[in-house]
Write a protein that binds this ligand. Structure first.
Ligand code: ARG
Length: 465
């Protein structure tokens, strides 16, 4: 090899007499992060080599040599004996270079009828597809934790809030099922994204397709895609799947952040509804009494990273003319980082809920404060005494005033107190007062009655697990 050959890139250096400057090499290289595509890259290359052989574009022997060589490369990467080189830019060139070392010049036939542009689009789609499956599995597990808890806590009373003001008593199980539904929508968004993503760009080559008689149906099928993509230009310039993936992750991160916020509030001393297990609490270096919910706070905080990834990729893509531009190499880090972040957040959320305990006494006491069953009383007056709701509202207001003056709850008023406001009120009114009675009475579809919550648990199990 002449001196010049060693300075220029062995892959595309044919027309260059100088190698890249150190800064150029640094800004150009993606191997520092896209090594994570190695399994997908090798899988797609094997499918391509098999197709080239089947179509007679390369000989069956060459096809076989390439496939076995790629298996060896993969084994080396898995074993940690592979040396990644920044001079070789990215995962695609690193793999091909090692293949050349292993099987010689035949390796050079692998890139027939292919470009790194369709190669990276295919690899990345395969990666995102796997990641979607992983996120879905994590969310399913979290749903299961919440469902188990919801079933166990169906009859536990919790103050339900609007505006973070006590509104009406509800079932803790009902509350937890609300999250199960949120996560269910996240999973269905992931399913949609997967469906739309599942077309194979391989064979689009650089941008215009190829003159070789390739079989795109064959590679699409082998790689588990539903079909090949329809337009080669679109194929190499499309990153919608990454943007959509990060949108799905962002909405999920919003949900996790809301759940985390709830944990922060509920575990606080003034609330005291929930207690995290020791292995999910952190202490303070100065205040010995502290049990901080750091994991919940971090989940809340990390949602910002996921949103940042989405904004990042949208911004990278928004000004790009067709077809491929090197800007698009900036698509991977946000996707990798958001995936790692969300997977960890989901795992931490599952573990926190699994180990948590709830203070039912405390929640019930708070739920009873602030005349939270006033609506039940008004509804009773409408149903039993046939009062117009406005009049019932007024009468209830008068009773709340009496209870307030006496410093008791509505359920503690005497029948005389009740009849001083409306003489027709009978003892049966006490059946709807008190937080338990109130909760039990809300039997409408999707409502908070413990009986309904148990029914909803059953349905959710069937639907989601
Ligand atoms: N590392 C590149 C990327 O991630 C691969 C595609 C390179 N294509 C090219 N025409 N330079 O986008």
């Amino acid at each position: 090899m002449s001196e010049q050959d060693t300075k220029t890139s062995s892959i595309w250096g044919g027309r260059f007499s100088e190698g890249p400057s150190a800064v150029m090499e640094e800004i150009n290289a993606s191997i520092g992060f896209d090594w994570r595509l190695f399994a997908q890259d090798i899988r797609a290359s094997k499918a391509h080599a098999r197709m080239l052989g089947a179509q007679g574009i390369i000989t069956p022997d060459d096809s076989q040599a390439i496939i076995s060589g790629l298996d060896k490369v993969e084994a080396e990467i898995n074993a940690g004996t592979f040396t990644f080189s920044r001079a070789l830019e990215d995962i695609h060139m690193n793999v091909e270079h090692r293949l050349t070392e292993l099987i010689g010049a035949t390796a050079g036939r692998l890139h027939t009828a292919r470009s790194r542009n369709d190669q990276v689009a295919t690899d990345f789609k395969l990666w995102v597809r796997d990641a979607l499956d992983g996120i879905d599995a994590g969310l399913k597990q979290l749903q299961e934790v919440l469902l188990d808890l919801a079933q166990a806590q169906a009859a536990t009373i919790l103050p339900g809030f609007t505006h973070l003001q006590s509104a009406q008593p509800i079932s803790l199980g009902h509350y937890l099922l609300a999250y199960v539904e949120m996560l269910g929508r996240d999973r269905s968004r992931a399913t949609d994204c997967r469906k739309r993503l599942n077309e194979c760009p391989l064979g689009s080559a650089a941008l215009a397709g190829t003159s070789f008689p390739i079989d795109r149906e064959m590679t699409a099928k082998e790689l588990g895609f539903d079909r090949p993509t329809a337009n080669s230009l679109d194929s190499v310039s499309d990153r919608d799947f990454a943007m959509e993936y990060l949108s799905v992750l962002s909405i999920t991160a919003v949900h996790l952040s809301r759940m985390a916020e709830e944990i922060v509030i509920w575990t606080s001393e003034p609330f005291g509804f929930m207690r995290l297990s020791d292995d999910f609490s952190t202490g303070s270096s100065i205040m010995p009494q502290k049990r901080n919910p750091d994991a919940a706070e971090l989940i809340r905080g990390k949602s910002g990273r996921v949103f940042g990834a989405l904004i990042g990729i949208l911004t990278v893509m928004k000004g790009l003319p067709l077809a491929y531009g090197k800007d698009m190499q900036e698509d991977k880090e946000p996707v990798f980082d958001a995936t790692d972040t969300l997977e960890l957040s989901i795992a931490a959320m599952s573990a926190m809920f699994k180990g948590a305990t709830f203070n039912g006494e405390r929640m019930k006491a708070v739920a009873a404060k602030g005349f939270t069953t006033a609506t039940d009383l008004a509804d009773w007056l409408v149903k039993e005494l046939n009062l117009p709701f406005r009049d019932a509202h007024h009468a209830t207001g008068a009773l709340v005033k009496i209870a307030e003056e006496k410093g008791v709850g509505l359920e503690d008023l005497s029948i005389d107190d009740m009849q001083s406001v409306n003489p027709e009120i009978g003892k049966a009114v006490f059946d709807v007062l008190g937080v338990e009675n109130s909760t039990k009475s809300r039997t409408s579809l999707g409502g908070t009655a413990p009986s309904g919550v148990l029914e909803q648990c059953k349905l959710a199990r069937k639907k989601y697990l």
